[in-house]
Design a protein around this ligand. Structure first.
Ligand SMILES: NC(=O)c1ccc[n+]([C@@H]2O[C@H](COP(=O)([O-])OP(=O)(O)OC[C@H]3O[C@@H](n4cnc5c(N)ncnc54)[C@H](OP(=O)(O)O)[C@@H]3O)[C@@H](O)[C@H]2O)c1
Length: 253
């Protein structure tokens, strides 16, 4: 089988490539920056914003795992209009796998709205596909909220609920989907625990023996309410095994 992984320099893309090294499949990869250590793969420059390289990327490929994304810059173009052009170049694909995010239909974030539009474009296309939503990755929560203490304080929206998951486990799940074939929209993939950001910050402080404290902030508005209600979690889909604590400990050793 010939597999294309887009977004090969990203967190999910890199995790996929690690697991595809040595596989029997022929693997093509895309990104704008050329990743290092990719002698196992054919790399193609491709940009969802300009459209460059999309046709060449999809050419002679059976399966696409689309992990390219741009949440902060040109999100509408990369996630929706550029994605739609990509789908037009990928009409021959036997299986298009789209990693999405739990709660995108309930949480008012522009990027999530764009991802939902992309899900709909794929659903309405004639391309055989699988759409699978994951909860946030451990590193994403860590980098976004807990990367830096200011005046010995982590300022976090402490009530936010999280069910973070290890990106390698999600990558492994996606590769299992390659073997199963197109299934449409399938059940979510969630992390093993649901906890608040305050609890996660306290855990980080304890594990790293830090002198920092957590200052929990709370704001009005639909966004805060959605995350505090845990719209980004799925209690019945605790699929990953590596906990946030396990992720933090693996960073120490
Ligand atoms: N992060 C999370 O917590 C999370 C949770 C659930 C699902 N997901 C989903 O998982 C997927 C991968 O997320 P990630 O966190 O691994 O993303 P990431 O680390 O930000 O990586 C994004 C990738 O997209 C590429 N890219 C950016 N702009 C591009 C453009 N204009 N054209 C082509 N490629 C472009 C980047 O490479 P270059 O800059 O080199 O082009 C990079 O390889 C996304 O669909 C995301 O929604 C993420």
């Amino acid at each position: 089988m010939r597999i294309l992984v887009t977004g090969s320099t990203g967190h999910l893309g890199s995790a996929l490539l690690n697991q595809l090294k040595g596989s029997k499949n022929e693997v093509k990869i895309t990104s704008r920056k050329k990743p290092k250590g990719i002698e196992h793969f054919e790399w193609i420059y491709s940009d969802l914003f300009s459209g460059e390289g999309l046709e060449e990327a999809a050419k002679d490929v059976d399966v696409i795992i689309h992990s390219a994304t741009s949440p902060n810059k040109h999100s509408k173009v990369v996630e929706v209009t550029g994605f739609n052009v990509f789908l037009k170049r990928a009409q021959h694909i036997k299986h298009f796998i789209y990693p999405s995010i739990v709660g995108i239909d309930k949480i008012p974030i522009k990027y999530y709205k764009h991802k939902l539009e992309a899900e709909i474009l794929l659903k309405n296309s004639s391309i055989p596909h699988t759409i699978v939503r994951s909860t946030q990755f451990h590193h994403f929560i860590d980098d976004l909220f807990l990367s830096r203490a200011v005046l010995n304080r982590y300022f976090v929206p402490g009530n936010f609920k999280c069910q973070s998951v290890d990106v390698n486990e999600f990558a492994n799940h996606l590769l299992g989907i390659v073997d199963k074939g197109p299934q449409g929209k399938i059940e979510d993939f969630g992390g093993p625990d649901i906890g608040t950001l305050k609890e996660m910050a306290d855990l980080k402080i304890k594990i790293n023996n830090e002198n920092n404290k957590v200052l929990s902030i709370s704001l009005p508005g639909k966004l805060f309410k959605a995350f505090s209600n845990g719209e980004n979690t799925n209690f019945s889909r605790k699929m990953g095994r590596i906990t946030f604590e396990g992720y933090l400990r693996s960073k120490i050793t």
